[in-house]
Design a protein around this ligand. Structure first.
Ligand code: NAD
Length: 484
């Protein structure tokens, strides 16, 4: 098997195997080939991971932040040196084309490690003058944090959670998606090679039940999940039961609004990036594309031409622009959405079918026009290469329709009128908005959702709030005045 890791789990600085756990196969989505066979974590494995994290965290929290940062910085360098190997692994695990994984996955993870390595020493408390006395605050780590990942950006998600957690003095036990379990193990090896003490970043494998056993454990102080809204609801409720901190990065059905004065080629390019990158498996995708009536036909014509030129095929060939969906189940779910959109009266502009690559889970880039707000395609997250184009006439109308969803992850607007752009962004209910751009998520910017798309923010200085807690220390400088 061409991507078999040394062991399923990584605990206390070393690979750990335990054949007691149920076996599961890792599939290369482009061919259906089994590339690795792993075992789910048993309760004993979960217990070992949490115990070693708890042990290691105490000493780690006492280190100078600059020393913690130095180790993470070294890990960022190693990620960059090994970018090609890591990208090939990520491509085998996810099916995303190497053209993408070479620039978007380990590279983004390295950025997060580098950013939080630099930020950690600058995270300080404050002093509060009270006349004679004063208060000072300490920003302390939370303790043992649990990270749970989705399958679309496995190493990026692991790094976006581990980097702030570790930089700020916490330990992390990470459970990757059972669909894409491989790259988190490499990240664990690299962090330890860079000097991270054993126990601070442990990886355990398994399905939802393993995730739930982590979230419910009393040793856990915080849980950060990237996943769907239904899973988010369950995990957030469980975290609340134990009064644990929680960050929820969930799904979306984000609007991308194109006005009649927009640079149409840029808007078409952004709509394609925001629907077809990673075969559409991106949480912040602009899957509801609202195009002003005056430019709708021109927009659709260019979109159709460009979409039909997208090169599908072997993801390991760097000329390939789109790979398969991550699994047969996801392919079938996407095909179900396509069939339903047709049945509900949306007009198919291009695509709409499975692509004929032997054994792989490919779907052609698909565009529907004349989509109306009540259709299933307008309301549910597809998580595949399926774009829905709507038309609109006025600014007020499009804002109301853009916001008429339970989700609030992201939104975009294309217009040459700067005042209008800012006015619209102010009215949109979304955690991240783009003006004349789409889906760019640099580590310097906060990322997260409004409404059902989640709570908390990842990346940027905002993440400090979610991986530390404040301790207030009152300092009395005079005699205590007691009435008795
Ligand atoms: P999912 O919700 O099925 O699973 C996510 C993770 O949660 C997996 O590791 C899974 O094993 C685990 N899990 C499932 N049930 C659990 C439980 N009861 N307790 C603890 N853990 C549990 O999501 P997915 O299909 O892997 O990923 C796709 C979804 O993720 C989409 O909805 C997408 O929008 C979302 N996503 C969001 C972001 C973001 O940053 N907002 C990024 C990527 C993906």
């Amino acid at each position: 098997m061409r991507a078999q890791p040394r062991a399923s789990h990584f605990i206390d600085g070393a690979p750990v195997e335990d054949r007691e756990g149920a076996a599961f196969d890792v599939i290369y989505p482009a061919t259906g080939e089994v590339i690795a066979r792993l075992h789910e974590a048993t309760p004993a494995i979960v217990g070992r991971a949490l115990a070693s994290a708890e042990r290691a965290q105490r000493g780690w929290a006492r280190l100078r932040p600059v020393e913690r940062g130095r180790i993470l910085r070294r890990a960022a360098d190693i990620l960059r040196e090994r970018n090609r190997d890591l990208s090939v692994l990520e491509t085998l695990d996810t099916g995303k084309p190497l053209q993408e994984t070479l620039v978007a996955d380990a590279a983004s993870g390295a950025d997060a490690l580098e950013y939080f390595a630099g930020l950690a020493p600058a995270v300080t408390g404050e002093t509060v003058p009270l006349g004679r006395d004063f208060v000072y605050t300490l920003r302390e780590p939370l303790g043992v944090c649990v990270g749970i990942g989705a399958w679309n950006y496995p190493i990026q998600i692991a790094c976006w959670k581990a980097a702030p957690a570790l930089a700020l003095g916490n330990a992390m036990v990470f459970k990757p998606s059972e669909t894409t379990p491989l790259s988190a193990l490499k990240l664990a090896e690299i962090l330890h090679e860079a000097g991270l003490p054993a126990g601070l970043f442990n990886v355990v494998q398994g399905r939802g039940a393993v995730g739930a056993s982590l979230v419910g454990d009393p040793r856990v102080a915080k849980v950060s999940l990237t996943g769907s809204v239904p899973t988010g609801r369950r995990v957030y409720a469980m975290a609340a039961e134990g009064m644990r901190y929680a960050t929820m990065e969930l799904g979306g059905k984000s609007p991308l609004i194109v006005f009649d004065d927009a640079d149409l080629d840029s808007a078409v390019g952004a709509a394609m990036l925001g629907n077809f990158y990673s075969a559409g498996q991106v949480c912040s995708n602009g899957t509801r594309v609202f195009v002003h009536r005056a430019v709708k036909d021109a927009f659709l014509q260019r979109l159709k031409e460009r979409s039909e030129r997208i090169v599908l095929g072997d993801p390991l060939d760097e000329a390939t622009q789109m790979g398969p969906l991550v699994s047969a189940a996801q392919r079938d779910k996407v095909m179900g959405h396509i069939a339903r959109a047709r049945a509900e009266g949306a007009r198919l502009v291009t695509g709409g079918g499975r692509a004929g690559h032997e054994g792989g889970f490919f779907v052609h880039p698909t565009v529907f026009a004349d989509v109306t707000d009540g259709m299933t395609l307008a309301r549910e997250e597809v998580f595949g290469p399926v774009m829905a184009v709507f038309d609109f006439a006025t600014e007020d109308e499009v804002i109301a329709r853009a916001n008429a969803t339970e989700f609030g992850l992201a939104a975009g607007v294309f217009t040459a009128d700067l005042a209008r752009a800012h006015r619209i962004v102010a009215a949109l209910q979304a955690g991240t908005c783009w003006i004349n751009a789409y889906n760019l998520t640099p580590v310097e910017a906060p990322f997260g959702g409004a409404k059902m798309s989640g709570v908390g923010r990842e990346n940027s200085k905002a993440a400090v709030e979610h991986y530390t807690q404040v301790k207030s220390v009152y300092v009395g400088l005079g005699p205590v005045e007691a009435p008795y």
